[in-house]
Design a protein around this ligand. Structure first.
Ligand code: MN
Length: 362
């Protein structure tokens, strides 16, 4: 979908709900609608207003020049505000006679109240209006994610070459970060997870100064960013020889992940997708150790719609990029997670992560 197509799709949704305008505050939504991926940092420095015949972007002087340049030739009018962005936006909406507007429900309560107080008409909170448009990626977006995944694969290969006993988790995380940045990643999709030994049983362990020893499983979960779009992958490898019982656990998680890669497709719900992997782990008696969902959408944000989990009631759509990441965590022993990013179609999944999945002992 082009930027014009995205605006048209949002306007259709506004018309269907009899809204005169929408105030878009989420930075990823602003990026998506304007197409100006590189212009803003995640700080609240942009407010986009979409109305039937207007697309106005309010920003402050720090971003004025870059946004104005980026807007050239597009439908967006850039306003460099000197007062609060919503104050100037609402003045414009009053002038245009808007009576009913939507504000994203993700906005802070403080900001919502300020908007409600300053606007003379009705203010509605809307859930995920733009997020639902973002759920289906076009070819250009998929190409960005694919490039980010390829960079992640290279970073994984690089880490395999340096990972050795005596390094700390911080050392390994830095290897990943520096490699990704040197090779073209725009920052990182998220701070990498490097969880070694006992820490590997914590799905989102914090990177620590723990020294990696021979026989430690190490879970590496990281993502690159290309053209504003994230990748997300996880591999658990072993430094030296796998400890007792580890290989069996690894094979069970891999079987669940393979089943998901084979079975997940557009047209099923996120709950049904999740069950594919969960059933395999239940057969192995490990269901209670798989606490999180099978996966999530990936795009401008590393976690976005859809959700592939027991809460994922929405039907998965062709063109969504999602992760498949079953994990099993045995507290006091170790954990395993294997995660790929894939594109969904009606026929199944196209895997974007190229890193090997068989157990690696380095
Ligand atoms: Mn993930």
């Amino acid at each position: 979908m082009t930027v014009a197509g995205r605006l048209a799709a949002l306007r259709e949704r506004l018309a269907a709900e009899s809204l005169d305008a929408m105030l878009v505050t989420d930075i990823s939504n602003v990026r998506y609608l304007t197409g100006f991926v590189g212009v803003f940092d995640p700080e609240a420095a942009a407010l986009a207003v979409v109305a039937p015949d207007a697309a106005d972007l309010y920003t402050d002087s720090r971003y004025g020049e870059a946004a104005t340049l980026a807007a050239e030739g597009s439908a967006w009018r850039v306003h460099v505000a000197s007062r609060a962005l919503h104050t100037e936006a609402l003045e414009q909406l009053h002038f245009a006679g808007a009576a009913s507007i939507a504000v994203e429900s993700s906005v802070s309560h403080r900001r919502f109240r300020a908007i409600e107080e300053a606007f003379s008409g009705q203010v509605h909170a809307s859930d995920d209006l733009v997020e639902q448009l973002r759920e289906v990626k076009d070819a250009e977006e998929i190409a960005c994610i694919e490039a980010a995944c390829a960079l992640g694969d290279r970073a994984f290969e690089h880490v395999l070459g340096v990972l050795s006993p005596g390094m700390t988790e911080v050392d390994v995380a830095l290897e990943i970060e520096v490699f990704l940045r040197r090779n073209g990643s725009e920052g990182l999709a998220f701070p990498p997870i490097v969880a070694s030994g006992l820490h590997s049983s914590r799905p989102h362990a914090t990177v620590s100064e723990r020294v990696i020893e021979a026989g430690d499983p190490v879970t590496l979960d990281f993502g690159a960013r290309v053209g504003g779009y994230c990748s997300d992958m996880t591999r658990t490898v072993v430094v030296g020889r796998a400890p007792e019982g580890f290989r069996e656990l690894y094979e069970a998680v891999l079987a669940a992940q393979s089943a998901a890669r084979t079975g997940v497709r557009a047209g099923m719900t996120g709950i049904e997708a999740d069950v594919i992997a969960r059933d395999v782990l239940a057969e192995a008696g490990l269901a209670t150790h798989f606490g999180h969902g099978l996966g999530h959408g990936v795009g401008l944000d590393v976690h976005e719609l859809p959700s592939l989990s027991p809460r994922g009631e929405r039907t998965l759509q062709a063109g969504s990029v999602v992760t498949l990441e079953p994990g099993v965590y045995l507290a006091g022993r170790f954990g395993v997670r294997i995660e790929d990013s894939v594109v969904l179609s009606d026929a199944g999944c196209r895997v974007l992560t190229g890193a090997p999945r068989d157990l690696i002992e380095v």
